[in-house]
Design a protein around this ligand. Structure first.
Ligand code: F6R
Length: 259
């Protein structure tokens, strides 16, 4: 895994945005996988600023990483809505989130989402956050490392962590549809962002711990092109931090870049 450590969350978002924007410039038809949540907001705002400054996203297609089940289309906590609002009107070729209408055949909708990804040639770059328990998407500890898009029950810890977007914990949906870990690993490149001390243990377990369904993000160890953008606080528990920083300096000196 490539580890890029920035001083703070703002630097983390800017470093990721510079690399993602470079990829969009080189590959205008990029298929981007989009995580929601707090962590990638700086990255998305920075991408929107680059679009306003002339970077063309009109060929870029978006796939949502996950979505709640049961929220009305206009609900502000819907992941699609939250991501699109952070992208501030950035014009793309469109997007598809793993959403289901009431009464829909959920397994068929999940299979249809996977088919839609395949029809676009797969996801070129999947953007991820990480839960304090090591989850990626809504793949909680214990999820199959080969799982595909499916319905999941949200743990009470995850519902509590996501509560701020709702009035009360009772309003946080109990179910979601998420890309599986197998779906995520099928992306050609993966970018995971993490900031803050609350994520430090999960980051260390994902990077340096054993590959385990107990830490879903450890599955990224299997991916040949995964980059972690961290701030110093989220990187603090990495035992080989000095080596990762030296490796990244070397890459930069030699002109290696994302993609
Ligand atoms: C969001 C998602 C989650 C979050 C994770 C971190 O689409 O799938 O895995 O990335 O829970 O959330 P934040 O960034 O809010 O700390």
């Amino acid at each position: 895994m490539r580890i890029v450590v920035s001083f703070d969350a703002e630097g983390m978002g800017a470093a990721a945005a510079a690399d993602v924007a470079g990829l969009v410039a080189r590959q205008p038809g990029l298929v981007l996988g989009m995580a929601a949540g707090r962590t990638p907001v700086g990255l998305y705002r920075a991408l929107a600023a680059r679009a306003a400054a002339g970077l063309d996203f009109s060929g870029v297609f978006l796939f949502g990483l996950d979505e709640y089940v049961g929220l009305p289309p206009e609900h502000p906590a819907r992941f699609r809505r939250a991501v699109e609002s952070n992208l501030a009107g950035l014009r793309t070729a469109g997007g598809l989130w793993p959403e289901v209408r009431p009464g829909a055949d959920i397994p068929a909708a999940c299979a249809g989402f996977e088919t839609a990804i395949a029809a676009r040639g797969g996801i070129d770059l999947q953007i991820l956050g990480i839960g304090a328990n090591g989850h990626i998407g809504f793949n909680e500890p214990g999820s199959s490392l080969g799982g595909r898009t499916r319905l999941v029950r949200l743990s009470s810890a995850t519902r509590a962590a996501n509560r701020s977007a709702f009035g009360s914990i009772e309003e946080v949906p109990e179910a979601a549809i998420t890309q599986g870990i197998g779906t995520i690993l099928a992306a050609k490149r993966i970018v995971l962002l993490a900031d803050g001390a609350a994520k430090a243990a999960a980051v260390a377990a994902a990077v340096e711990g054993p590959l385990s369904a107990s830490v879903p993000a450890s599955a990224l160890q299997l991916h040949p092109d995964a980059t972690l953008y961290l701030d110093e606080a989220a990187a603090a528990d990495l035992s080989r931090l000095a080596d990762y920083k030296a490796e990244e300096n070397l890459r930069r000196r030699l002109g290696c870049r994302l993609g």
